[in-house]
Design a binder for this molecule. Structure first.
Ligand code: TXA
Ligand code: MG
Length: 317
């Protein structure tokens, strides 16, 4: 949809109510979650979902996550089993998305799943997201609120940088405190890591009592891994550097100091929360970006996953 400007709303109850009305009227509204800002629309309204794809310029084969208020709402949409219940008990509300087979008679528009027989579903923890979902009383499909392939948004300002004039409104409730998208686990039928994210893989494996499979063993699943170049700044990005390239800038971590540092103390949670904001800031400088080495443990795996995509050859975007 082409608009003059996008309405800027706060997290005050009357503004959340306005956002609810817009979603129920089939509009696209960006809202904060604890991971990143999502671009939400009524998941039962195909035209509203088409508006998300249009605003993001998203390839229509890449399916969306449905956000619901609680696990009871999730169990009404997908085939719910013991493993789903175990993960929901441990991690919901929170930065975990489960991919499960849809139930027959579900109301979700086929554009949400891009025609797949499974649905990605999540109960976010952010209070403003929860207030919105509780009032909408329908699943809200929401990809990250950025133009497809670009850096994910962790503030309302990031959302407006990419989507101003293309969406009805943005609910501004400050920066997202996790700053990395949710961990996506497929349960159809074996537990499979589809995307590393805000919950470390090891933590999920501890709760399940078994290792997660990797999607390489599966076929035909559309996850962000299929799009090699993603989260990408305009400037070239190189990883595992201790010095900037000539004329470039270094994004630091721990003792490897740069023009800005993801976490001077080497804290991976702090680095995750800063990652996309720092990439937005460096992108604005339009200089080649070198990134300090980040350890691969805990949230480091998800941080490195995003950085590898930011650094990937742009040929397949
Ligand atoms: O933290 C998050 O997950 C954020 C917030 C807004 O919730 N959302 C988010 O959405 O990152 P998005 O669209 O940027 O990434 C979701 C990914 C898609 O790229 C898609 O590949 C995968 O989830 N996905 C969705 N449905 C799927 C399905 N049925 N099977 C496999 N993967 C699926
Ligand atoms: Mg995204």
């Amino acid at each position: 949809m082409n608009r003059e400007t996008t309405l800027q709303l706060s997290a005050a109850p009357q503004d959340v109510a306005r956002a609810v009305d817009l979603v129920l009227a089939g509009e696209q509204v960006a809202f904060p979650t604890e991971t990143v800002y999502g671009l939400g629309a009524d998941a039962t309204n195909g035209a509203a979902i088409a508006g998300i794809y249009a605003a993001k310029g998203r390839p229509s084969f890449n399916p969306l996550i449905a956000h619901v208020a609680d696990s009871a709402a999730a169990a009404r949409l997908v085939q719910w089993g013991d493993m789903a219940q175990c993960l929901a008990d441990a991690f919901w509300p929170g930065p975990l998305t489960l991919v499960l087979p849809l139930r027959s008679g579900h109301p979700v528009a086929s554009l949400v799943t891009a025609g797949l027989p499974t649905l990605a579903i999540r109960v976010p923890a952010h209070p403003t997201a929860r207030a919105l979902l509780a009032k909408v009383e329908r699943p809200v499909a929401a990809p990250s609120a950025n133009p497809s392939g670009q850096i994910s948004p962790t503030t309302a300002a990031h959302v407006l940088e990419g989507l101003n004039g293309k969406i009805a409104a943005v609910l501004d409730d400050g920066p997202c405190h996790i700053g990395l998208e949710s961990t996506i686990i497929g349960l159809d039928p074996i537990p499979t890591l589809l995307r590393p994210g805000g919950i470390p893989t090891e933590t999920v494996e501890q709760v399940l009592g078994q290792p997660l499979a990797t999607p390489r063993a599966l076929s035909g699943i559309t996850a962000p891994g299929q799009l090699t170049s993603h989260y990408a700044p305009s400037a070239p990005v190189t990883l595992n550097q201790t010095e900037p390239a000539p004329g470039g800038v270094l994004l630091g971590f721990g003792d490897t100091n740069g023009i800005i540092n993801l976490s001077c103390t080497g804290d991976l949670g702090e680095a995750a929360a800063n990652l996309f904001d720092h990439l937005h800031r460096l992108n604005a400088m339009a200089r080649p970006i070198a990134v300090a080495p980040i350890p691969e443990n805990g949230l480091g795996a998800a941080i490195n996953d995003r950085l590898r995509r930011a650094a990937a050859d742009r040929g397949d975007r």
